[in-house]
Design a protein. Sequence first.
Length: 577
Amino acid sequence: MKIKTKLNAGVGLLFLMIIVLSVLSGWYINQLKKDTHNILVANYNTLQYSRNMLLALEEINSDPMAYNVFAKHLEKQKKNVTEPGEKEATDNIAIHFELLKKQKGDPALQSAIRKDVAEVMQINMVAIEHKSSIADATAKNAIAMISAAGMLCFIIAFILMVNLPSNIADPIQSLTESIRQIANQNYKERVHFESSSEFGQLASSFNTMAEKLQEYSESKLDKIIRGKQRIESLIDNMHDPVIGIDEHKKVLFVNDEALKITGLKKENFVGKLIQDVAVTNDLVRSIIKEIIEGNHNNAKDTMKIYADGKESYFEKEIIAINVIPTGEKESQFIGQVIMLRNITPFKELDLAKTNFMGTVSHEFKTPIASIQMGLQLLENNQIGELNEEQKNLVHGIKEDAGRLLKITGELLNIAQVESGAIQLNLQQSEVQEMIDYAVNANKSAAEQKNIKLIVDKDPDIKTIMADSEKTAWVLNNLLSNAIRYSYENSEITIKVSKENDKIKFAVKDDGQGIEPQYLDKIFNRYFRIPGSRNEGTGLGLSISKEFIEAQGGNISVQSEFGKGSEFSFTFPTVRVG
């Protein structure tokens, strides 16, 4: 049956029962009205007339007008005869009254009239009692019938109230649950409703859709399983440790390399919360430190791990996995992948390179010193005069030797930095001396380009706790770079100030500046801005960064392309003299 038909039938039946109940109640009320009307109109009036005749009969001997009153009520009684035997009794009253009018005052006739009136009253009283019993029976029947009809209406209404909403709501609820199952990829879900209703048509369409989804899912399932197996095989055969966790930090997968370096078994790793695994494993605790602390920095960190019977170096990278669910626009975080790249061979090569650089640079210093000594002798006029061409040649050799000595010094510094053997001599150092050293070392280069060097030092800053030699070297390097990349006839400012309990050294120029894409690479080793001059080795800023950070400071750059740059470094918690 259609839902619309059910609703029409239920509401229509209730409407019909209300009409039947109303008609039945009206009919019985009308019957009661008739019964009571008969009692009032017929029998009650007769009793009233009889009473008046008896009163008139009592006064008939003393009041001649009593005959007229008696005759008047007798005429009314003759017109109100309604019960069996009442006419005969009324006629007897009339006969005896006529005789009484002729034989006035006759006691026997008066007594006969009283008996006749009493008989009329008795007949009507019996009739009233009979009609009252009929009215009672009618009332009882009315109560019974109306109660039965009301109860029937109540039962029908209750049945409709219980069944009709459930007939509509239950299929909707069942359909909602089935749709939820389909949304959870349970394509075997089916719904079964009465086929003749609208829900039956909806169920048929839903089941058809579910069958097609199941068919499509099963047709792709084999490919999905094969793809999953490929990915698992690929991860297991990777030479680098890999750990995958979901958004709740539960371990989804871990390859053999990760198990090897952690010393754990797969069953004690996969499916566990990674923080629970970290409780009993120091290496895992070190690996997930950033995850637990909520640090989402994607910087690659180097870790030293004892694996394969030797110390190995790994580069850790934590990659957040975000996907955009179907039908949505916002990406959703679903987990992270922790990758440890084994960089031990590169570390060993880097160490060998550092040792080689240190050895070669140290060996270079002796022949370079000899070359410089020979140049000094050649420039001495006591040995002999040089012609102009020879002087130019000696000048060129001197510049090349100076450049070679500078490169050798930088190579020695970088070797010292890479070997971790930076020797610091922290002491109270004169700030002005470091500034003067940098200015004097670059004064000649600045004059060649007509660049004005401006020193802006806070007079309250006298000394700082720092390595004077290395700090002066950094300041000299920043100033020489500023002169190299500044335009002629420009200005360079060397500023020393106090900012938030820190001493800040800054070198600001009005040169061409640095393009934004190179700002985060400017302190990398051997990095040189594309298109820049071929001077320098690309090591100066890298060494400066290492020297400043070794002293607990920080170095940074601010630049706007076309408007100049400002390189600065700060020392935390310094003591101002």
